[in-house]
Design a protein around this ligand. Structure first.
Ligand code: SAM
Length: 272
């Protein structure tokens, strides 16, 4: 599975997730696989059902969902390099016809004519403005089948975010506007989506423990070696890590499962 982005990436100005991908990270989400697994649990995917993934990146999640659950997946990704890599990964996985990654902007979901049983979105709404979040959530409500489920994993913002969001945007070089649980709920409800289940936790994106959990020991050692030996990557990764540490009490992850308002249909719930 290839995840290497273009060789002429400007490591000084590139978005944080592209620098992490260059270091070898494939899980580019605030709550890592812990939050992703929660979404998969709530989903209860059935073979043949359809999934729309927003911000599909290199297609890793799409391929994983198709292989594990037999679902048909359409991914939307804006970065042409990532789309090219995703398509090659899908071809190598022999999943053409079951998985498709389209080059597109998730701000234009209204242009999609199909409807889906699930919309799956990780680490993409946080980097949108308030109006961008609203437009995407409206688009999600439109492409969801009546009994459909929206599964989302984003950054959680606690307390006053003015300084925090500015510092985050500085180091990850994308607009970062995490919301509180109540604000994510309001944004969903405004778009006609009701949150049925939610879970929050720590952002451990760059903690060695989480990197090993998410990537595996050997890939984690390779990432550490890349950070140690490549000065520009090291500088960016340390800047991101320092900022996550500085604001660790004002940041978290949120995983949520929502359905259309008025639809009495739950997210799969495993009483622990
Ligand atoms: C932080 S990564 C998350 C990727 C993936 N969802 C994951 O969890 O690994 C964000 C991805 O969103 C893509 N992206 C950002 N804005 C987008 C937009 N407006 N439309 C489609 N893709 C977008 C970026 O190119 C990048 O691949």
């Amino acid at each position: 599975m290839s995840t290497t982005t273009s060789s002429n990436l400007n490591l000084k100005t590139a978005p944080g997730h592209e620098v992490l991908a260059k270091a070898g990270k494939t899980v580019l989400r605030p709550g890592g696989l812990e939050a992703t697994r929660q979404l998969l649990d709530w989903a209860d995917f059935q073979p043949g059902e359809t999934v729309l993934e927003l911000a599909a990146s290199f297609g890793k999640s799409d391929i994983g969902l198709a292989r594990r659950y037999g679902v048909r997946v359409v991914g939307i990704e804006r970065n042409p390099d990532s789309v090219r890599i995703a398509r090659e990964n899908i071809r190598q996985a022999g999943l053409e016809g079951q998985v498709e990654v389209r080059e597109g902007n998730i701000l234009n979901l209204a242009d999609i004519s199909e409807t889906f049983d699930y919309v799956f979105a990780e680490a993409i709404l946080t980097m949108q403005s308030a109006s961008g979040k609203a437009k995407i959530l409206e688009g999600i409500q439109k492409v969801l089948k009546p009994q459909g489920k929206f599964l989302s994993h984003e950054m959680l913002g606690l307390g006053d975010g003015k300084m925090r969001d500015h510092a985050l945007s500085e180091v990850i070089r994308v607009n970062a506007q995490p919301l509180s649980s109540a604000e994510w709920q309001q944004a969903c409800e405004k778009a006609g989506l009701t949150i049925k289940q939610s879970k929050t936790g720590e952002v451990g994106l760059l903690s060695p423990k989480r990197v090993i959990e998410d990537e595996g020991l050997l890939p984690a050692l390779k990432i550490a070696w890349n950070v140690l030996t490549q000065a520009e990557i090291r500088q960016r990764v340390l800047q991101m890590k320092d900022t996550f540490t500085q604001y660790q009490y004002q940041l978290g992850y949120i995983a949520l499962c929502a359905s259309k308002v008025g639809i009495n249909y739950g997210c799969h719930y495993h009483p622990s």
